[in-house]
Design a protein around this ligand. Structure first.
Ligand SMILES: [Mg+2]
Length: 311
C-alpha cells in the first residue's frame, strides 16, 4: 500500500469535534474560529528519530509524544487544544505497520483531550522517520498565561516530579491540560511555561522573559522523581538525582509563579482539585539575576543548561 492510501485510510478514523466543519479529505480543513470571547493559539513541533525517539521505540508511544509535546505547550498557556495537522517524513523502506501504530498512539491521546486531527501529509525522508504536528487551540480572550508577568518575590511552583524522563516519561507523559486551564482560571498565576528543556534551562527561559530576574531554589524542596533516583543507582553515567531533577529534560510538567500571598491558598485549592498530582513550591524569584540553589552547603550557582537529546 502506498503511504498516500495508508494515510488517507487512517485520517478519517481519527477523532473529530464540534469545531470541525470539514475534516481531512479536501484541499484544506475548515475549523470554526472560536468566538469573539476567545483567541487562537497556534503551535508546531517535530520529533525526529535518533533525537527524540529511537528506531526501536514503540511507534504508539512516538505518536503520543509527537502530539503530547504540542498539547503540553497549549497547557502552559492555559488553553484548550482544538485541531491538529500531522506531517510525516518517511524513509523509503518504512514499515506501514509502524505508521498505523504511530497514528494509533496519536489518535488515542487526541481523543482523550477532545482534539480533532484534520489533515495528514507525507514526504520522503532520506534516512530517518520524523513527525511534525501543527496544533490550533483557543484561550479565553486576554487570559493566556505568558512566560512574562513574573515579579520579584514570586513563589515558584512546579507540578509533578522531575528528572529521569528517559526511563519512559519522555514518551508516556500526560500533558497537563486540565491543570494548566485550572491555573489560568484561578487568576493567581503570573508566569507559566512547560518543562521541556529541564528545570534549570526552562527556568532560565522564564527569567529571561522577566527582564533578567533571578531565582533561588531550595534543594530539599525539589520533587525528584523515583525514576531519577533509580537511574542514578542503576544506569552508569546517569546524573545524581538532584542534578537530574534540575537538568534532565522532557518532564513536560508546568512551571509557574504566583505572588507569595497566593501561594498557600493555591496549594490548598490544588490539593482539593488534583489530589493525585504533586504541586511543589521550589523557591522564589529574586532581583539578583541567575539561578541559585540553597543546599546543605550554602548557595550554589546553577548554570541554565539546555537539555541534551540522545544525539
Ligand atoms: Mg513549551
Amino acid at each position: 500500500m502506498k503511504e498516500f492510501d495508508l494515510i488517507a485510510r487512517l485520517i478519517p478514523s481519527l477523532p473529530t469535534n464540534v469545531s470541525v466543519v470539514q475534516g481531512a479529505g479536501d484541499d484544506c480543513a475548515i475549523v470554526e474560529p472560536g468566538s469573539p470571547l476567545t483567541q487562537t493559539l497556534l503551535k508546531v513541533d517535530a520529533v525526529v528519530e535518533g533525537i527524540h525517539f529511537l528506531p526501536e521505540t514503540d511507534p504508539v508511544r512516538v505518536g503520543h509524544k509527537a502530539l503530547g509535546r504540542c498539547l503540553s505547550d497549549v497547557a502552559a498557556m492555559g488553553g484548550i487544544p482544538v485541531a491538529g495537522l500531522v506531517t510525516l517524513g518517511l524513509p523509503s523502506n518504512h514499515d506501514p505497520e509502524r505508521i498505523r501504530h504511530l497514528y494509533e498512539g496519536l489518535g488515542r491521546l487526541a481523543t482523550r483531550h477532545g482534539v480533532a486531527i484534520v489533515g495528514g501529509e507525507t514526504t520522503t525522508s532520506p534516512e530517518r522517520l520524523w513527525i511534525s504536528v501543527s496544533l490550533m487551540g483557543f484561550v479565553p480572550r486576554g487570559k493566556a498565561v505568558l512566560r512574562s508577568g513574573g515579579c520579584e518575590g514570586d513563589a515558584v511552583f512546579v507540578t509533578g516530579e522531575l528528572g529521569g524522563s528517559l526511563a519512559g516519561k519522555h514518551l508516556d507523559f500526560e500533558p497537563r491540560l486540565e491543570q494548566g486551564r485550572w491555573l489560568a482560571e484561578s487568576g493567581r498565576v503570573h508566569a507559566m511555561l512547560d518543562l521541556s528543556d529541564g528545570l534549570a534551562g526552562d527556568l532560565g527561559h522564564l527569567l529571561a522573559a522577566n527582564g533578567g530576574l533571578g531565582a533561588e531554589l531550595m534543594a530539599t524542596s525539589l520533587p525528584i522523581s523515583r525514576a531519577a533516583i533509580q537511574r542514578a543507582r542503576e544506569v552508569p553515567g546517569a546524573r545524581p538525582p538532584r542534578a537530574a531533577a534540575l537538568m534532565d529534560g522532557e518532564d513536560f510538567e508546568l512551571l509557574f509563579t504566583t505572588s507569595p500571598k497566593d501561594a498557600v491558598p493555591l496549594l490548598n485549592a490544588w490539593k482539593a482539585r488534583f489530589p493525585d498530582l504533586r504541586l511543589t513550591c521550589i523557591g522564589r524569584l529574586t532581583r539578583e539575576p541567575g539561578i541559585r540553589l540553597r543546599t546543605e552547603q550554602g548557595l550554589q550557582v546553577i548554570p541554565p543548561r539546555a537539555y541534551e537529546h540522545f544525539a
